[in-house]
Design a protein. Sequence first.
Length: 152
Amino acid sequence: MKIDFSQNDFVAREKELTYLLERFEHSGEGHTNLVVIEADTGVGKTRLIQEFYQYLTVNKDEFHYWPDTLVDKKHTMSIVPEFENLSNDQQFKLPWLWLALRCHNQDERNSSQDNSALSQIRKQIRLHLGGLIESQKKQRKIFKLLRVHSLY
């Protein structure tokens, strides 16, 4: 997958971003993927995630379900989009699920947040549960139609 980075200040992480995008495409084919990004403080993990997220929202979110960028508040280096609830019509247009969590090391920067990783995930899933359920229903309908069609 070739990506044009010429108009962006994102440098020296093209290989890693391409890998994340390939994993995303692989997931779209029905495969399960889990990616863990682990490195020392300050090497660009959060910036990589923010760039990956922005690419997905601009290129893979036709109904604008997700905000286009992750907003940093007080230098928290956000990896989760900010919105508390979704309108009913927007809720059922979930193009893909974004779950991101930060595991904090109490001795490093950005460790002032008191949310545990599990608490972060639970909040994210709760917000998008309607979209997840609707997506599952659509997949089941498509599978049934394909199965019926293949019988004839």
